[in-house]
Ligand binder design. Structure first.
Ligand SMILES: C[S@@+](CC[C@H](N)C(=O)[O-])C[C@H]1O[C@@H](n2cnc3c(N)ncnc32)[C@H](O)[C@@H]1O
Length: 216
């Protein structure tokens, strides 16, 4: 991505950056745990789908080291600029590339990656989520791993409404068009199965989050 021209930062972008870069969120070690569980290691090629400001990118780049690399695709140029500044600050710029682009289809070659990671994006993609998961399958080499984290819709509608209302009340809360609790564990399992993933392992994390690891 050309970083010599900066995209103007709107209040909406500032709000998104504030939400994605909450210090507590980054301190939880969520992505590090997922990378470990997926067997990520030095030298691997990683694709970060909907990378945003780099929540998954930074731990992934540290894990794969200088012999590996992380390619980040996201539709938002200003968020990728925040990511680029972050990886420069962290001394990881040499391992990270960025691309403004769609997630369906992904602008990457078939079977090019050892690991695909996608955190807190599927709920935003909504009806496009199954097609995005199929694209992630296409981008992985045979035997490669997929890591997904997202919000979990529970089987209790009242509980789901309560959680959504809590999010909406936050100062930086997302609007109704960006609902968090879109998919149950079963929905995600079905998407993974339909895309051709195997050895699928799904778990809940802090009750209303889903973690999934699967193999191509
Ligand atoms: C909630 S953020 C998550 C970002 C990051 N993965 C994280 O966990 O902090 C969702 C990201 O997906 C991107 N995104 C959502 N829908 C998209 C689409 N249709 N095409 C490209 N990017 C999209 C947004 O720009 C945003 O960066």
């Amino acid at each position: 991505m050309d970083t010599t021209t900066r995209t103007p930062r709107t209040p909406e972008v500032d709000e998104t950056v504030y939400r994605l870069d909450g210090p507590l969120r980054w301190a939880l070690g969520e992505v590090q745990d997922l990378l470990r569980a997926a067997g990520a290691g030095p030298g691997q090629r990683v694709l970060d789908v909907g990378a945003g400001t780099g929540y998954a990118t930074v731990p992934a780049a540290r894990t794969v080291g200088a012999e590996g690399g992380v390619h980040c695709v996201d539709g938002s140029a200003p968020l990728l600029e925040v990511l680029e500044e972050r990886v420069r600050r962290e001394g990881l710029a040499g391992q990270v590339t960025t691309q403004v682009g769609a997630l369906v289809p992904l602008p990457v070659a078939d079977r090019g990656y050892d690991l695909v990671i996608c955190t807190y994006v599927l709920h935003e993609l909504a009806e496009q989520a199954p097609a995005a998961v199929a694209e992630m399958h296409r981008a992985l080499r045979p035997g490669g791993r997929l890591v997904i984290a997202d919000y979990r819709k529970t089987s209790d509608p009242a509980r789901n409404r309560e959680i959504e209302a809590w999010y909406a009340r936050q100062p930086d809360g997302a609007g109704p068009e960006e609902r968090h609790l879109r998919f149950t564990l079963g929905d995600l399992e079905e998407m993974l199965r339909a895309a051709g993933f195997q050895q699928t392992h799904l778990s809940t994390w802090h009750d209303f989050h889903t973690h999934a690891i699967a193999a191509r």
